[in-house]
Ligand binder design. Structure first.
Ligand code: SF4
Length: 161
């Protein structure tokens, strides 16, 4: 099963997409205390300095890993509202909404306030919904073009493109 995960500390967010990962393990070589396939979770922040982690991620040949600064923005999954939402303090600055039908989730909209764009927030929002769906064994599709790109990228790999 494909897995989308984010791992955060105070300063950075690490993205991992299992379907892109072909286990070249360059991340492990680059920051062995952060990336350890024998451990769960296999990515743990806080054991190495952020620059080491960032450099290790840049060595990933597959694009399975990504990294962004947090900019003090929190992302929460809000199941009761069929969405994930991002906050600076208590001010909402973005959301990713999905519709539920026959146990299937369809991501319909992802949006971030213009002044907060370019900070990786939209990707965090989509990953939060994908992770929640995966943990529940729910299939996800998207009509939102941004989420489609994230899902389509995964689909392309699955098809061997
Ligand atoms: S370097 Fe990238 S492809 Fe290789 S194991 Fe790490 S995440 Fe996977």
């Amino acid at each position: 099963m494909n897995v989308h995960r984010t791992y955060e500390n105070e300063d950075i967010v690490v993205f991992w997409n299992s379907e892109k990962c072909f286990h070249a393990k360059r991340c492990v070589t680059g920051s062995p205390k952060t990336f350890d396939p024998s451990r769960r979770p296999w990515i743990q922040l806080g054991h190495a300095e952020n620059p080491e982690v960032w450099q290790a991620i840049e060595q990933c040949p597959s694009g399975a890993l990504g990294v962004a600064y947090r900019f003090g923005i929190d992302v929460r999954f809000e199941e009761d509202r069929n969405r994930s939402a991002s906050y600076e303090g208590e001010t909402q600055v973005g959301e990713c909404e999905y519709q539920v039908m026959d146990g299937h989730w369809t991501i319909a909209h992802t949006g971030v306030r213009p002044e907060y764009e370019g900070r990786g927030i939209a990707k965090r929002l989509v990953y939060a919904v994908l992770e929640a769906a995966e943990r529940r064994g729910v299939e996800v599709s998207a009509t939102c073009s941004y989420a489609q790109r994230i899902l389509g990228d995964t689909q392309s790999r699955r098809d061997g493109m």
